[in-house]
Structures are given as C-alpha cells and as structure tokens.
Design a protein around this ligand. Structure first.
Ligand code: BDR
Ligand code: CA
Length: 311
C-alpha cells in the first residue's frame, strides 16, 4: 500500500476523502493526519479530523495540529460553505482520542526523514501552510517526497472564493508558491475536475442506503454541504473536491489531465491565489504539475460507495 500523510482542514469533503482512504487499506496506508487552519480555525479542524477517525473506527491513528494561520496573510475561513463547526450536518459525538503533542510540521519532516526516500506521498486537502512550512524548515525533505497529490486551484473554472481564485490556494498563496516550486512530482485536483464529482440526489441516496454510520453521516454531510453550490452555481449537487485526491491514489485511471506549468499569483489583490496554469503550453515554462481536468464520475461514485460500505 502507498504510504500517505493527509494534510487537512475538515470540512465535509475532507471528511469523505479521509473515509475513502481509511476504507482502502490495500491501496493506501495512512501514516497520520495533519491538520491546518482553513475551512474553520485549527482547533475545529483538529477536532473534526478526530471525529472522522472515530467514525471510521480508527482511534489509533495519530492526528496532529499544525499551523493556525497562513504564512503571510490573515486567515480566511469558509463557514458559509461548511457551517459553524466545519462539519455541519451529522450529529457526531465529540472525539475521545487524543491529539498528538508533536506539531504537524515536525511529524511531516520526521516521517519523510525516517521513511525510505521516495515512499511517502503527501495529500494536502486544505491551504498549503503546513507543507510549505515543512519545506522551508527542512529543504532536504523535498527530494524524499514520492509525490504530492493535492486539491486546489482552477483553470477554466477560475475561482470559488474570489472570481480568480480557489479557496485552498487563496488562503495561503505564499505557501502554494513554495509547494509548486519544490520540485517534487505534483498532481493537482482543481475545480475543473472536482466540479464534475457532483453528489446527485440518487448518489446521495446510495450513501444513505448503506445504512452504516459512515454511509449515513456522509449523506447528512452532503445534505448540508450541497446548499452552497446549489444556490451559488446552480449545481446538481455538492462537489466532492477533496475525495478526488484519495480516489486518484486508488484508481488513477478514472482521471485525465495534462502536465503543465503552474505559477501562483501572490501579489495582485485582484487575482491573489490564482493558479496560472499554462494549459495550452504558450509560455515555454517547464511543466511542474499534472493538472487534472476530467474524471469518470460514474466510476468515481461507484468506487466511493463500494468503499464506504466497508467501514
Ligand atoms: C476546497 O476548499 C474547501 O472548502 C474544501 O474542503 C476544498 O478543500 C474547495 O475549494
Ligand atoms: Ca479541504
């Protein structure tokens, strides 16, 4: 199984991404969850991550709290999407499992140094503050990363928090710039693909019909989470942004994209956090990321439903 660290700001869609990983031990070995401030402040993301571990029956998993604010900007949160708790929808019990004492950034650095080089994949599902801080503090880890598979950015779909930027990149553009320049192989799940991973009513009924605590909780999270995108974009349902990352690790054949050069806007207030992806190869700049543009939605939801049934 591929060893991963999930860096996350749960977030209903983060929660589904984590559940999918934990339900897939043959393909994915989750070494730990590192939490970051994003959708809601850090104390809530660190709490929500543990709620999800317990829902999956994995109170043994180490969960770490990381950076509580972006590198150089004030924290922007997304309660308007995810609710006050960040995980509004289901009524899940407060976690009993502990938060680890070690800082998330130290866990990321230590793990990449301890494990054989080229074996650990980082899976960021929120702002890139923890990953960038680790790279800044320990530049030697860049060459040890097997790959970074992240949710963030947009090309044709442009933005969801501003007209020009996607939330995860917008919250910490400086961090994103450090990550995109680090030299490790990067796979990006931008809004262009995640807006095709829509939970329609029939797909949500399939989650609910599993009748398990995880299946029911996912359906309830979606019931809450879909309001925003339905009202704002007239979408058919909630986009499962972050689960695209963990689904890619299991079934990369469900996704297609291009190796492109991606630069991050870090100075213009108007387009702050924009992912300037050279989709048409007009700049001659070397590709630094595999930018995904499409997925087999039926295959994706089939996989997700089958795996959630295992929890
Ligand atoms: C991203 O922002 C958050 O609201 C979601 O959890 C996802 O990671 C989508 O723009
Ligand atoms: Ca997220």
């Amino acid at each position: 199984a591929r060893k991963i660290i999930i860096d996350t700001d749960p977030g209903q869609d983060d929660a589904v991404a984590i559940l999918l990983a934990l339900a897939s031990p043959e393909e994915i070995d989750v070494l730990g969850l590192t939490c970051v401030a994003g959708n809601v402040p850090l104390d809530l993301t660190a709490k929500n991550a543990r709620i999800i571990c317990e829902l999956a029956g994995r109170s043994d998993l180490p969960v770490f709290a990381g950076c509580d604010r972006p590198l150089g900007r004030d924290l922007v949160t997304a309660e308007h999407v995810h609710g006050k708790t960040g995980l509004d929808g289901p009524d899940l019990p407060d976690p009993v499992m502990p938060l680890q004492d070690r800082h998330a950034v130290d866990f990321i650095i230590d793990t990449l140094r301890e494990q054989p080089a080229g074996t650990v994949t980082l899976c960021p599902l929120g702002p890139l503050t923890n990953i960038a801080t680790a790279l800044q503090r320990a530049p030697d880890i860049a060459g040890k990363i097997r790959g970074i598979v992240l949710m963030g950015g947009a090309y044709f779909e442009v933005g969801n928090i501003t007209p020009a930027a996607e939330f995860n990149i917008y919250v910490d553009p400086q961090a994103a710039e450090i990550v995109f320049k680090c030299g490790a192989p990067i796979v990006v799940m931008p809004l262009d693909v995640t807006h095709k991973a829509l939970v329609t009513a029939a797909r949500n009924d399939a989650f609910r019909a599993l009748g398990t605590p995880a299946g029911i909780a996912v359906a309830q999270m979606t019931d809450f989470f879909e309001r925003f995108d339905k009202a704002k974009y007239g979408s058919a349902g909630a986009p499962l942004h972050d689960p695209c990352v963990t689904a890619y690790l299991i079934r990369p054949d469900l996704f297609s994209g291009r190796h492109v050069n991606v630069e991050i806007e870090t100075t213009s207030e108007l387009t702050m956090g924009m992912t300037v992806a050279d989709w048409w190869g007009v700049t001659g700049r070397a590709p630094n990321a595999f930018f995904v543009g499409d997925l087999d939605a039926a295959g994706f939801f089939g996989l997700l439903t089958e795996r959630l049934a295992r929890l």
